[in-house]
Design a protein around this ligand. Structure first.
Ligand SMILES: [Mg+2]
Length: 303
């Protein structure tokens, strides 16, 4: 783990540096408060810092204040070094946002265990961030296909549609439903059905660019949100249809042709997300009735 040592006394800085290095930390050392803040303000800043109290530029507590004011997600554990022993000073340092302090001249073993405590806090905070990230991923994504789930893709739809309406950019959606999927599940079982869903999800994704996002909207239904104009939307729908049907899905012993029906609906003046979804769904069912493995445009009211 990287650690910042900031001390204007070169003797103290070198002593600290060689000690801390011996304990297995990587050292970044600076000789004043302004440099300390510069290092701690970097995106790859050390997560542990030992700051001398009295330094030119900024004092240790002032550096603390700047770090805390920035309030970044990954926590910086700060230990203040002080020659002062008065209680008010310690309170001042902790109020500025320091986590701990060591009084000079310090005891090696004491500094070592205090650093270890700091390191534990930093590691614990990382674990919490990872756990939160994982929970967020689970709450927003479909476990089987790894695509965004229904709530998430509909949120994306609402946000991107509002943005497109405001700016006047191209926008539209594509509703997709795998053809005769119930027969697959009923005939071959859910394991094969799952393999088909996973393959279909990958194929849909392979047709998308940065302008498009896809989610699993339920069962064998997928929803694509795109910032393309009407013509681009139809092209994308065709690319997706063709990618899904490109080759059969192989699931163990079973080889299954897979196709999808699609309905697309571009944004029109006065449209709501619900109206757009309804237009795409209606087009999708028209594609089903016309024989499946095809796409149909949504009917825009008043056109
Ligand atoms: Mg000093």
């Amino acid at each position: 783990m990287k650690i910042l040592i900031a001390d204007d006394s070169s003797v103290s800085r070198h002593l600290l540096g060689s000690m801390v290095k011996k304990w297995g930390y990587d050292i970044v050392s600076v000789s004043d408060g302004a440099q300390a803040w510069e290092v701690l303000d970097r995106p790859d800043a050390p997560r542990l810092a030992i700051l001398d109290w009295m330094m030119p530029g900024l004092t240790g507590p002032q550096v603390c204040e700047k770090v805390r004011a920035k309030n970044r997600e990954s926590y910086t554990y700060i230990l203040l070094l002080t020659g002062r022993t008065q209680k008010e000073d310690v309170i001042e340092g902790m109020t500025a946002g320091a986590d701990d302090y060591v009084v000079k001249p310090f005891d090696q073993q004491e500094l070592r265990v205090r650093l270890r405590a700091g390191r534990r806090i930093v590691e614990l905070q990382d674990e919490l961030l990872n756990a939160r990230e994982e929970l967020h991923q689970r709450a927003t994504h479909d476990a089987l296909t790894g695509l965004k789930n229904r709530a998430c893709i509909r949120q994306v739809l609402a946000e991107r549609m509002a943005q497109a309406t405001e700016v006047g950019d191209g926008f539209g959606i594509i509703a997709l439903d795998l053809d005769r999927f119930k027969v697959v599940n009923d005939t071959y079982g859910h394991a094969v059905g799952d393999a088909v869903l996973i393959a279909a999800a990958r194929r849909i994704q392979s047709a998308l660019t940065e302008a498009d996002e896809v989610g699993r909207d339920g069962g064998e239904e997928f929803l694509v949100v795109s910032s393309r104009s009407t013509a681009g939307l139809a092209e994308l729908a065709e690319a997706i249809r063709s990618a899904v049907a490109a080759e059969p899905v192989v699931a163990g012993e079973v080889v299954l042709p897979v196709t999808a029906s699609l309905g697309y609906a571009p944004l029109y003046p006065g449209a709501s997300a619900d109206l757009l979804l309804r237009a795409a769904d209606e087009a999708l069912y028209r594609a089903k009735h016309k024989g499946r493995n095809r796409l149909e445009p949504g009917v825009i009211p008043g056109c």
